[in-house]
Design a protein. Structure first.
Length: 161
């Protein structure tokens, strides 16, 4: 099984993903690590990425997931995957994928982002992410107001892993 944890910056994707993968003893990948340096530099300057900027990144992520699927490997990937079109690229030809949407309100996420240190995604970019977000349907949606262990327990229970 491949689990894609998605949501805006500050929703807890990495923290939840690391704990979930650790409990399952599965590899964990953070999509942020797959961005080309140019994308990181733009985001660090507060410049939102365009769809053109994102496409090679999305294709790289799809390659990671397709490879894991072909090898029948389990994996957890944390990725914003804000738009349906992004998810279509990421998920193409990955039949054993489950999407988990980490959902929260602006104030909670902004507070979390303000508490982060040394992260290239600045809290001022949260509004652009929320504006771009196309909430998925037909996926596991998790309310992020709970603590991280409770969120992970809910994901495991819902996905039976």
């Amino acid at each position: 099984m491949i689990i894609l944890l998605m949501g805006v910056a500050g929703s807890g994707k990495t923290t939840v993903g690391e704990l979930l993968a650790g409990q399952l003893e599965w590899p964990f990948h953070d999509a942020d690590d797959f961005h080309p340096q140019e994308n990181v530099e733009k985001m660090a300057k507060g410049i939102p990425l365009t769809d053109q900027d994102r496409l090679p990144w999305l294709e790289r992520l799809n390659g990671l997931l397709r490879n894991a699927s072909q090898l029948n490997s389990n994996i957890v990937l944390a990725c914003s995957a804000l738009k349906n079109s992004y998810r279509e690229v990421i998920c193409a030809d990955v039949p054993d994928l489950r999407i988990v949407y980490l959902k929260g309100d602006y104030r909670l996420i902004e507070r979390r982002m303000l508490e982060r240190k040394n992260h290239y995604m600045k809290h001022g970019m949260l509004r652009s992410q929320l504006d771009a977000l196309e909430e998925p349907t037909g996926v596991l949606t998790i309310d992020i107001t709970e603590d991280i262990p409770t969120i992970v327990k809910e994901i495991r229970s819902s996905l039976d892993v």
